[in-house]
Design a protein around this ligand. Structure first.
Ligand code: ARG
Length: 261
């Protein structure tokens, strides 16, 4: 995770960002700390990457890389405003001794990639259409040695895969079908017949931008409908307020990069 010390909305690179809407920086920091505390209380280890001035979106740590089986596939950002974040993430992985592979293709890390270790022997799902290039999907497959399923995102509000689909545990997902092309919806229905289907209201409340440890599902407190759906499926929803970070177009999942040894 990356503390939101320099978080602001000073440019707009997704439909959620409005430079005219003020951000409350103190509230942003407070909410971020509550998310961190929530993860710690659930028994998880949280490492921090040092925020850098001039990189207001660095708080969305999920975008910096995608790690599977101890290999970190680095990010290469679509927008120049975020480009320097990739270097900071690389330094983090190098310092901690992870195997790091620099990308040639444009990709925004866990924003557009996710991994299900127990689905089909270990499956990567990857989004494209707005940020990550589809050519990065093939690159990720070569780097990580796991099959990558490409899914096309079609709704600009759900510009990263992690705004439209979330792993609930090691083999099942929740997703909003309307965020995907009709063909990609068919692919998802074939792969995940037991998925929890979210609706537009759930997705719009960032209800899919969640972090699950397989039992507890941490999600935005505005996503009440999604909380009820995961509870009905046997998971325990844990709600956190992240109103300020929503102004940058992100929520729980965007703030957390998962380290998979
Ligand atoms: N303002 C950031 C951007 O548009 C938000 C990133 C959200 N991160 C995510 N993993 N979806 O790039």
């Amino acid at each position: 995770m990356c503390p939101p010390e320099y978080f602001t909305v000073e440019y707009a690179i997704n439909p959620w960002m409005d430079t005219a809407t003020p951000v409350d920086p103190e509230l942003a920091v407070k909410q971020w700390h509550q998310l961190r505390e929530t993860l710690l209380d659930l028994g998880h280890t949280v490492h921090e990457i040092t925020p850098e001035p001039g990189l207001p979106d660095m708080v969305y740590a999920a975008n910096g890389a995608f790690v599977v089986d101890g290999t970190s596939y680095g990010a290469r950002f679509r927008h120049r405003q975020r480009a320097a974040e990739a270097t900071a993430h690389r330094a983090f992985y190098d310092a901690y001794g992870w195997r790091f592979v620099a990308p040639a293709e444009t990709n925004e890390g866990e924003g557009d990639f996710t991994y299900l270790p127990d689905a089909y022997g270990g499956l990567i799902l990857a989004g494209y259409g707005f940020r990550t290039s589809s050519t990065a999907h093939a690159e990720a497959q070569e780097v990580l040695g796991r099959p990558v399923v490409s899914l096309r995102l079609v709704d600009p509000r759900f510009y990263h895969l992690d705004t439209a689909l979330a792993p609930l545990d090691d083999q099942n997902v929740a997703y909003f079908p309307g965020a995907f092309s009709v063909a990609s919806q068919r692919v998802l229905a074939q792969l995940f017949p037991d998925a929890i289907l979210a609706d537009e209201t759930d997705a719009f409340a960032f209800g899919l931008n969640l972090v699950s440890d397989g039992r507890h599902v941490i999600l935005n407190s505005e996503a009440t409908g999604m909380a009820a759906k995961v509870a009905a499926a046997g998971y325990t929803p844990v709600q956190v307020e992240l109103s300020e970070l929503k102004k940058g177009g992100g929520s729980v999942k965007c703030c957390v990069a998962e380290l998979r040894p």
